[in-house]
Write a protein that binds this ligand. Sequence first.
Ligand code: AQP
Length: 347
Amino acid sequence: MSDAVQTQSTPNAGFTPRVFSGIQPSGGLTLGNYLGAIKRFVEKQAEPIEQVYCVVDMHAITVWQDPEALRRQTRELTAGYLAAGIDPTRSILFNQSQVKEHAELGWIFNCVARMGWMQRMTQWKDKAGKNTQNASLGLLAYPSLMAADILVYHATEVPVGEDQKQHVELTRDIATKFNHDYGVDFFPIPEPRIEGAATRVMSLRDGSKKMSKSDPSDASRINMTDDADTIAKKIRKAKTDPEALPSEAKGLEDRPEARNLVNIYAGLAEMSVDQVLAEAGGKQFSEFKPMLSELAVAKLSPISNEMSRLMQDPAEIDRILGQGADRAREIAAPILTKTKEIVGMVG
Ligand code: AQP
């Protein structure tokens, strides 16, 4: 075992390995959520380790959501998890607001985390923009609730896209400070897992911006529910440069839009960027874009068809979420009880 592996694993020796990750139902699922998160959760499911996947509806309301839309998006995201291959009999799948332990631990962590830590978060700065006085208090506190989401399960691994790395690092800081302040070794120090060719899928309209559910421009993203024609049209219109594709990854360094399309191809085809460029190097975008559209439609259509089928039976989706919440609570409740005892709350 290398030194690096030893230093990573030492803090969590004694904790049962467990995976936690979540996705906000703040809009429809995007290709970014799929490649950066869900696809990797499905791959992870093959490993013999307990896995907890969450629809984080309490995070979604940090920005106002229409209640009917929130209900629909919660079910649609659940359908996305299931259609992509999350098996609710193996993994625990539920929506956050059904397990009140998240909110309770979130409050305790609000009292551990420091204002300065929250104000430094890139996502807070991006989402609150210049008008911080008008942003919700929840938007500022959101990373400490995310820490509670992870730590209420004593999760040791958190598979996420690149954009969430900073929040997992903050979770580590909160766990470390809690353990230090109370003189315990109670919370594990979870590891972010950011893996694969497409950990940061960028907007199709601007290679410097992340592909996001809440981007006002629908043309900036591929939604998991887009049909084949829409996917092809969005890829055809995606911003690129006039050069042909290089034959090595180094040639993409100053070409963010070209790099993004190659990364997407690599993520969908489960190839490395070098393998993609070995095949596509020298091709113009007029040739590469149709290849990418064909691949995207082949990979995404079965998922979107299955999502539509599942969405016809919302009661079944609710049943799955309810069962998952019961299983989640079994893990979370004793961890919260012990946390309250450590803090000095009388039970
Ligand atoms: N563009 C992306 N590339 C790779 N991974 C991504 N993720 C999100 N966008 C990309 C990963 O998806 C998981 C769920 O993210 P989230 O929905 O909880 O929040 P987010 O990161 O803020 O995603 P969005 O789509 O940008 O939502 P809005 O617009 O509501 O803020 C995470 O693992 C994330 O890394």
